[in-house]
Design a protein around this ligand. Structure first.
Ligand SMILES: *Cc1c(COP(=O)(O)O)cnc(C)c1O
Length: 423
């Protein structure tokens, strides 16, 4: 049996109906934007392995930093101790985060970063004896798969089975072009009720919904509404963080900064699972008290893992290099050129570009479901042609490693153009 076949004996994969799934290619090597399977077939990783890998697979700078850390201090508990890499990473992040962000809490993945933010919003008010127990979130949001994160997510087939066991979340429309006023109205109706502890959102781009985009100006107005009514704002930058939108953070496009931010995915360049939730001084102060019970009783065994922190430090230095900033600008320019070339195609309904993110919506007769027939047909076509893209219903998006070469990117575009002929 090969690896693909042996895998099926024991491994349960994410978001997979194993009864109808094909065999999964077994990847044995990665370099730059390329991956190879056990049969030697080459793939272009056009989605940076679920948006985690901006600097390329098996990146030597990050690998060296990890190796040096592993042979110096692989891990120490963060309860009652600290270490040099957690201090250095905090200092580094303070130089790139919006300047109202003053404190960091480490955890393991995007979902836990969101859980921490939600718990802090709720406990902040509890500590003050104020009853605010509900959360505001966007329709079609995605914030992760743990319970709080799932409650905030609006993609219903992910969460349907757990309705009734979830935190109370009220949803508002996404302020895409033409929907700004409806969204602002819905938000202002909610914030005045005093029931809400926080508003959580994916700033400017809703990734899992299919790279749905909206403008910074309307988000600025929304944050202002929340500020006026003492509702905390949580920017879930798990996908958008570290250069994806063309700036370090999507919130860098905003005039009004959020109270909390959630970071993960590209934080360690796609190497070690790690996440960070960041806070204003005001939120930290809501827990700072002589009363032990007012502390945040939350933690994960691997909190602030030194190896993860070392990987993050190396990743941020790569992001800040001139070469990487040029790569981001080049990918953006290529996307804009491709958009010009493809937008008049009879099968293309809409296109959108922000930073290294490109998305194209295919015209369909009916509403395409998330994992529907068209999606599967497209997905299989891309894999057969050696390009890793995971369409969302009828939306095909590209979010490549920043170091993808022009010819690799050209092959991704060509493959998408060919795919338009088979749907
Ligand atoms: C992926 C993602 C998450 C969840 O992160 P995990 O590491 O998968 O738990 C949360 N929010 C956003 C915006 C994401 O894209």
């Amino acid at each position: 049996m090969n690896l693909s076949e042996r895998d099926k004996l024991y491994n349960w994969h994410p978001y997979t109906q194993h009864k109808t799934a094909n065999d999964f290619p077994a990847i044995v090597k990665g370099e730059g934007a390329l991956l190879w399977d056990e049969n030697g077939k080459e793939y272009i990783d056009a989605i940076a392995s679920w948006w985690v890998n901006p600097y390329g697979h098996s990146n030597k700078v990050i690998a060296d930093a990890i190796y040096a850390q592993l042979t110096t201090l692989e891990h120490v508990l963060f309860g009652g101790f600290t270490h040099d890499k957690a201090v250095l990473l905090a200092e580094k992040l303070m130089t790139i985060l919006p300047n109202n962000q003053k404190k960091l809490f480490y955890s393991d993945n995007g979902s836990t970063a969101v859980e921490v933010a939600l718990k802090c919003a709720l406990q902040y008010f509890y500590n003050k004896g104020v009853t605010k127990t509900k959360i505001i979130a966007f329709e079609d949001a995605f914030h992760g798969d743990t319970f709080g994160a799932m409650a905030s997510s609006g993609i219903t087939f992910f969460t349907e089975a757990f309705k009734g066991s979830l935190l109370e979340v009220v949803r508002i429309p996404v302020p895409t072009k033409g929907n700004e006023d409806a969204c602002l109205q819905a938000l202002s109706d909610l914030v005045v009720t005093n029931d809400f502890a926080a508003f959580i959102f994916e700033p400017l781009v809703q990734g899992a919904a299919g790279m749905v985009m909206y403008e910074a100006a309307v988000l600025d107005q929304m944050i202002a509404l929340c500020n006026q009514n003492k509702v905390f704002t949580i920017a879930d930058e798990v996908m958008t963080g570290f250069g994806k939108t063309g700036k370090t953070f999507a919130t860098d496009y905003l005039g009004n900064k959020p109270d909390m931010m959630c970071l993960s995915k590209a934080l360690t360049g796609g190497t070690i699972p790690m996440a960070i939730t960041t806070f204003t001084e005001e939120i930290f102060d809501g827990f700072y008290d002589d009363d032990t019970n007012k502390a945040l009783f939350h933690g994960h065994t691997f909190t602030a893992n030194p190896t993860g922190c070392a990987a993050a430090l190396a990743s941020i230095s790569l992001l800040q290099s001139e070469v990487m900033q040029n790569n981001i600008a080049q990918v953006n320019q290529s996307h804009l050129n491709f958009e010009e070339r493809i937008k008049a195609h009879p099968k293309v309904k809409t296109t959108r570009v922000l930073g290294v993110i490109f998305a194209l919506e295919i015209k369909t007769e009916s509403q395409e479901s998330y994992y529907g027939t068209m999606r599967n047909k497209l997905y299989n076509f891309f894999i057969e042609n050696g390009v890793i893209l995971r369409p969302v219903g009828n939306i095909v998006y590209i979010l490549p490693p920043y170091i993808i070469t022009p010819s690799q990117l050209e092959k991704v575009y060509d493959t998408i153009e060919k795919a338009l002929e088979i749907v």
